[in-house]
Every structure is written in structure tokens, then in C-alpha cells.
Ligand binder design. Structure first.
Ligand code: SF4
Length: 213
């Protein structure tokens, strides 16, 4: 019963957010789980496309990287880079991909999309990179408003530094101390207010299960 009620609640919330995103000029889709998210992405991206991704636990979790590596795509695989220089080169090439995929850090109930980056490559690509952007975002990233978005990101960022094995103070404390570490991942906080200039360029896939942080 409890599970059913949460499913219902998540679905109602996703409908509200999808409607808000559509009204802001984005295209949005609601899918039940990782499997459906992957199927939707495969349906959207034509075979033969040049595809790039930003760092994302969600994309790994739904199995997208394996599909891109093994399918009929020209995949700009930043994870295949052996050096930082090589990785940066791939991240720059990503601007010329046909499709760019990553996740959002938070989406408000009014359809504002919040992203936080350490290097800025991901936010830059989402804002002014490939002609098509797909944000795969799980339901746990929906927040009431921008204040909650900021709070959520501040809460989860230490887990990301831990995951990435970085040497930041929050790895020791478990909470943010607003550090000045050169490995700080909280450098470029960006809000996408709307997509009216380029309707449909950003597609948001809302997944009704908890995936990324
Ligand atoms: S600002 Fe520094 S301490 Fe705070 S979460 Fe980001 S990396 Fe960690």
C-alpha cells in the first residue's frame, strides 16, 4: 500500500513538473523506470548520431554508456580518456555533438532546472552546446523552489566529492564547509529559467524512481 501511494504521489508530481517544463519551452517525458528511460533515449537519438555525455551517475545507472559504446553511434567517450588533456579535448569536442546527455542536479516544481559544475563543461554544453540536449532526471531531484534546489545541491555535493575520490574538506566532514580547495566541485551554479529561444532543444526525461544522488 505504502509503495503504491508513493508511486501515485511521484506520478502526480512528475505530471506537474512536466507541464511546467513544457510551458517553459522544453520537451518533457515521464517514464516509469531506468529501462523505459533507456528505451526513450534510444527512440529519440537517431542511429549514426554523434553523442556526448556529461558526468552522471544516473546515465551510468540506466545503462546508457554501454548502449552508446556498443551501438551504432559516434560516442565521444570522456571515460575512455587516459589523461586529463585527452579528457578535456573530448569535453571540448562535445560542443559539436548532435546530442548531449546528462542529468540535472535539481528541477523545481515550476520547471527551473538547476545544475552545478566543477569545471563548467557540462553547464556550458547544456546552455550553448549541441543542438539537442537530453536531461535524464530522477524523481528524487524534484524540489519545491530554487531555495530548496540550492539546499539540495549543497546537501548532496559532499557525496559527489566522495564518489569522485576528491581531496576536499567535505570528504572528511560529510557536509559542505564552502571550501576553497582547488578540487572544489561547486564552482558553476546555473539555473535554466526557460528554453523559449530554442523550443524543444532541451528534452527532460523524468524517471519515476530514485536514481542518481
Ligand atoms: S564547496 Fe567544497 S566543501 Fe562544499 S560541497 Fe563543494 S567541494 Fe565540498
Amino acid at each position: 500500500m505504502r509503495e503504491e501511494l508513493y508511486k501515485w504521489k511521484y506520478n502526480m508530481l512528475a505530471i506537474k513538473v512536466a507541464d511546467a517544463l513544457n510551458k517553459k519551452g522544453h520537451d518533457s517525458y515521464i517514464v516509469k523506470n531506468s529501462k523505459e528511460a533507456l528505451e526513450k533515449i534510444i527512440k529519440i537519438i537517431p542511429e549514426g548520431s554523434k553523442v556526448a555525455t556529461g558526468g552522471s551517475l544516473t546515465l551510468t545507472k540506466i545503462g546508457l554508456l554501454d548502449v552508446l559504446r556498443n551501438g551504432n553511434y559516434e560516442f565521444l567517450d570522456r571515460y575512455s580518456a587516459k589523461t586529463n588533456e585527452e579528457k578535456e579535448k573530448i569535453e571540448r569536442e562535445a560542443f559539436f555533438a548532435d546530442y548531449y546527455l546528462c542529468s540535472a542536479n535539481a528541477i523545481t516544481e515550476s520547471g527551473e532546472i538547476a545544475l552545478l559544475d566543477g569545471n563548467g563543461n557540462r553547464v556550458a554544453a547544456v546552455i550553448f552546446g549541441p543542438k539537442n540536449v537530453i536531461l535524464v532526471t530522477s524523481i528524487n531531484k524534484i524540489v519545491k523552489n530554487l531555495e530548496e534546489a540550492r539546499e539540495r545541491i549543497r546537501y548532496i555535493s559532499p557525496m559527489n566529492t566522495k564518489r569522485l575520490n576528491l581531496n576536499t574538506p567535505c570528504v572528511q566532514t560529510g557536509y559542505c564547509v564552502n571550501c576553497s580547495s582547488h578540487q572544489r566541485i561547486c564552482n558553476y551554479y546555473t539555473i535554466i529559467e526557460s528554453g523559449y529561444r530554442h523550443p524543444g532543444r532541451i528534452k527532460v526525461i523524468l524517471v519515476l524512481e530514485e536514481l542518481g544522488l
